[in-house]
Design a binder for this molecule. Structure first.
Ligand code: S3P
Length: 172
């Protein structure tokens, strides 16, 4: 698929571990526009970590804050924006993303995602008895919604640069 980016934002969506932040950073530097990660921005404005925000206020409040942050970030474009895995699933945030630029779903298999999230323990949603099963459930729930993104790029177990190039080729 091809789509012109022009002066619009490029917004990466997809599950945790898909490589949104690392790929986004490369794409932004290739395009010569700023990169911003919504999770980092949420942590900056709230002066709390994501796990602490979830623990203190719950997921619903987190989603409301996330939507506000996304709305504001997208107004300041063009930028490459990587979003938290649940952002595109939230109706409000998804509306801002669809309006705010070109959305790209980094789609990956369970094993690729698991390989990547396994090493880090910063995701409150995966603090369950069987995190791999939880991840699989999230895939099943969310994949039909991510599929509404403007473009889909397969995130395999390959170098980040290669995925970045695929995105750049698609939006060039
Ligand atoms: C979430 C993904 C996380 C973070 C929060 C919730 C989700 O972002 O926003 O833990 O609902 O999938 P990453 O996708 O960057 O890990």
């Amino acid at each position: 698929a091809r789509a012109a980016l022009g002066k619009r934002n490029l917004i990466l969506v997809g599950l945790m571990g898909a490589g949104k932040s690392s790929v986004g950073r490369i794409v932004a530097s290739q395009l010569g526009i700023p990169f911003i990660d919504t999770d980092n921005e949420i942590e900056r404005v709230s002066r709390m970590t994501i796990p602490d925000l979830f623990a203190a206020y719950g997921e619903q409040e987190f989603r409301a804050l996330e939507a506000r942050v996304i709305k504001r970030i997208l107004r300041g474009g063009p930028r490459v924006v990587s979003t938290g895995g649940g952002a595109f699933i939230n109706e409000r945030s998804r509306r801002f993303i669809k309006k705010g630029g070109l959305s790209v779903w980094l789609k990956a298999d369970l094993d690729v995602l698991w390989e990547r999230v396994n090493k880090r323990d910063t995701r409150p949603l995966l603090r369950t008895e069987n995190p791999k099963q939880t991840l699989e459930n999230l895939m099943n729930q969310r994949y039909p919604i991510y599929a509404e993104a403007d473009l889909t790029v397969l995130s395999r177990d390959v170098r980040k640069e290669k995925m970045a190039n695929e995105i750049l080729a698609a939006v060039a």
